[in-house]
Design a protein around this ligand. Structure first.
Ligand SMILES: [Fe+2]
Ligand SMILES: [Fe+2]
Length: 239
């Protein structure tokens, strides 16, 4: 069964923990005039995630389904969600739309570019292309201006079944997780590129106060220093 927790006003973390991987898979639901879901989860998780979302809103009223990059945990269950939400519009980066989503999605996909804004009522989502951060040519992140929430996908990945929201430093747990990943079959998880530092600086300049993390606890507090510190973690582990 998935858990659902409000990590900021009207922003809910929907969490499915997979003990075999010691890993949480989190989607984020934003309750607003036009409800938005960030990440769809994998197809096999859909019944549990839908039931959890249904504790907060009628899933049929979803209007926006957004993801960072083309992977099963990010958008695998897209068509399942579109099947229950007739007015939902999928949205990802223009690169993601052109190279993957147009072929995969049963409904037209909105291709977003730098500076695009998606408004859902009280919430305003700024779209930030971040190629190869966390990974994937098509990668992008969302920043919600009203709550200063950064939806940061795989950044700050932590193992274990931690609490929904923490104010503790994420750098220790995410460093341990990156080192663990680098030792196993999924090595090379987050590439360190010439653009990594600049992209993390751009995210830090937004001064987020909530980090909506896909794998592990979300964070509340001053996040800019963590984003800058993440640069040295990634450089050390992956370059
Ligand atoms: Fe990913
Ligand atoms: Fe992920």
């Amino acid at each position: 069964m998935a858990t659902i927790d409000e990590i900021a006003p009207d922003i809910f973390r929907v969490c499915e923990y997979v003990p075999e991987f010691q890993l949480q898979f989190n989607c984020f639901l934003v309750r607003d005039e036009e409800p938005l879901l960030f990440h769809t989860g994998m197809r096999g998780m859909f019944p549990c995630l839908k039931e959890a979302v249904g504790r907060v809103i009628d899933p049929a009223t979803l209007r926006h389904i957004v993801w960072s990059h083309y992977e099963a945990d990010e958008c695998g269950a897209l068509n399942e969600w579109l099947g229950v939400a007739p007015h939902a519009e999928p949205a990802c980066s223009l690169v993601g739309k052109l190279v993957s989503a147009d072929d995969f999605s049963m409904r037209d996909v909105r291709g977003m570019t730098a500076g695009d804004v998606l408004t859902t009522g009280r919430h305003r989502f700024r779209f930030i292309p971040t190629p190869h951060l966390p990974h994937g040519w098509d990668a992008a992140l969302l920043f919600e201006e009203h709550s200063s929430t950064l939806f940061c996908s795989d950044l700050f990945h932590q193992f274990g079944n931690g609490m929904a929201l923490t104010e503790s430093d994420l750098i220790g747990p995410t460093t341990a997780a990156m080192e663990q990943m680098q030792q196993g079959p999924l090595a090379g998880y987050l590439p360190y590129t010439h653009h990594t530092r600049g992209l993390l600086q751009e995210l830090a300049d937004l001064r987020p106060t909530t980090l909506a993390v896909m794998h592990g606890s979300s964070f509340r507090g001053e996040a800019a220093p963590l984003l800058l510190e993440l640069d040295s973690v990634l450089r050390t582990v992956f370059s």
